[in-house]
Design a protein around this ligand. Structure first.
Ligand code: GLU
Length: 472
């Protein structure tokens, strides 16, 4: 057994943006490494050159960095086990393939691709799973002619392992396929490269999506052929949409950088992702990253698929937003204000943030929640009763005329007016609220009036009163 601290890796293929499932795999690796005082490695698996997208790797790294998932070894970080791009390790794969070739555990295969395709189709037609039959392959030819290198499965070796999440796993060697290690262009397959790299990078725990569960027996045969010690395997169940199907954008799932641009906090997204299929054994749902590092354990990763719920993300983000100090909230809100807030003073914006912090789910909501602090309403919802406005607003204006516009004074005066007019509090306040905000829901009435100030409040009340008189 290894004595050293764990070494784990996140090994994305740079073929697209960083989706929720991938982010969670990266996070679990990072939390485990940080909890154990281990090493977190980032490795790009870019051997499927046709599928590589130019900016994907940069966007994956930006996503991880934004979330604070710093890696100890990898691109942008360096390290003693590099390069950390598989495309820069081709020689190593070739060398390792040759070793097994010499030992007879890898053989050359000149079968034309169309013949293989025909075998695959035949299997499909007969409704049996396709598995290459070594005796039907063209295994003689000249090394100068295009060919692939295949691993010779040992049919008598039934690989088995204790998966940290899924428990005891085993497969009959006779069910396994002689798989390609090097393609005819000399590039490795994922199947071959991941094993060679995990060994050379001294990975102790392979934590990845469970779509690789079924390939792991093949990998175990490869480890055995090389005489290498196997890492621990930790396969994590998928994240599903609420309808139990594979998670997609259709379910509202976004990439990490899109969440950033909508105004989600990195700590909140981490909280959300960590609790997708993991819990600390209590009912606690809100965690800081430091708490997660402290409590994380592989044993509490759940076996059943996690369900993505963007309402829950909003709820968690709201908690994290409310936990911010006002200074921090002001800093984070920069860039999310409505256009019309450009001229407003910092003090005023601080005041506005204090009023909406309680209701804010993500910072992208700021314009819709605060626009009326910066612009006079031009339209009013139909809930504004013009008869009431015509009758009551002159009295409201009169009542607040000499107010110092402190919240307490406004409250006292307006509650006094409710009694004087003998109307329902809610009815009177509704007319005032809609008149000054153009909305039926807004922060507290006196706080809002106080923030807007005497001049703006009275101008807005006047505007509505004039309209009410016009329509009379
Ligand atoms: N490159 C693989 C992927 O992006 C990673 C598999 C692994 O972690 O071994 O899905």
């Amino acid at each position: 057994m290894r004595e050293q601290a764990p070494r784990v890796r996140f090994a994305p293929s740079p073929t697209g943006y960083m989706h929720v499932g991938g982010l969670r795999t990266a996070l679990f690796n990072w939390l485990f490494a940080r909890n154990q005082g281990g090493v977190f490695i980032l490795r790009f698996e870019d051997t499927d050159q046709a599928r590589v997208i130019e900016d994907a790797a940069a966007s994956i790294m930006d996503s991880l960095q934004w979330l604070g998932l710093d890696w100890d070894e990898g691109p942008r970080a360096g390290g003693a086990h590099g390069p950390y791009w598989q495309s820069q390790r081709l020689e190593s794969y070739q060398k390792h393939a040759e070793t097994l070739l010499e030992q007879g555990r890898i053989y050359r295969d000149w079968t034309p691709p169309q013949d293989l395709e025909a075998m695959r189709k035949a299997a499909q037609k007969e409704k049996r799973p396709f598995k290459v039959d070594r005796s039907q392959l063209k295994t003689d030819g000249s090394p100068d002619e295009p060919h692939v290198l295949r691993f010779a499965i040992d049919q008598s070796h039934d690989p088995a392992w204790d998966d940290v999440v899924y428990g005891r796993q085993s497969r009959a060697g006779s069910e396994l396929d002689d798989f390609v290690c090097l393609k005819s262009d000399g590039w490795p397959t994922y199947n071959f490269a991941n094993v060679v790299d995990d060994h050379l990078m001294d990975i102790s725990h392979v934590l990845r999506g469970d779509e690789f569960l079924s390939s792991t027996p093949k990998f175990l045969q490869l480890y055995a052929a090389f005489g290498w010690q196997t890492p621990s395997f930790v396969h994590v169940p998928p994240v599903h949409g609420p309808d139990k199907t594979k998670l997609s954008k259709r379910h509202g799932a976004l990439g990490a950088l899109e969440y950033r641009d909508w105004g989600y906090l990195p700590g909140a997204l981490i909280n959300f992702l960590a609790t997708l299929g993991w819990n600390d054994g209590t009912t606690q749902e809100i965690f800081t990253p430091a708490e997660l590092i402290n409590r994380f354990s592989l044993e509490r990763i759940q076996k059943s698929p996690a369900v993505f719920d963007d309402g829950r993300l909003d709820w968690i983000n709201g908690h994290h937003l409310r936990a911010l100090t006002l200074d921090e909230l002001v800093r984070r809100a920069e860039g999310f204000w409505p256009q019309s807030a450009r001229e407003a003073s910092m003090d005023y914006k601080r005041q506005v943030l204090t009023l909406v912090q309680e209701r804010l789910k993500y910072l992208g909501e700021l314009p819709e929640l605060t626009w009326f602090f910066f612009t006079d309403p031009a339209e009013y919802p139909e809930q504004l009763d013009m008869d009431n406005a015509r009758q009551w607003l002159p009295r409201v204006l009169e009542t607040i005329e000499s107010s110092d516009f402190s919240e307490a004074d406004l409250e006292e005066r307006l509650r006094g007016l409710v009694a004087e007019l003998d109307v329902k509090t809610g009815e009177l306040f509704k007319v005032i609220r809609i008149s000054i905000t153009g909305q039926t829901a807004a922060p507290g009435l006196f706080e809002t009036m106080h923030a807007l100030g005497s001049e703006t409040t009275r101008r807005r009340l006047q505007t509505v009163l004039s309209r009410a008189r016009e329509v009379a």
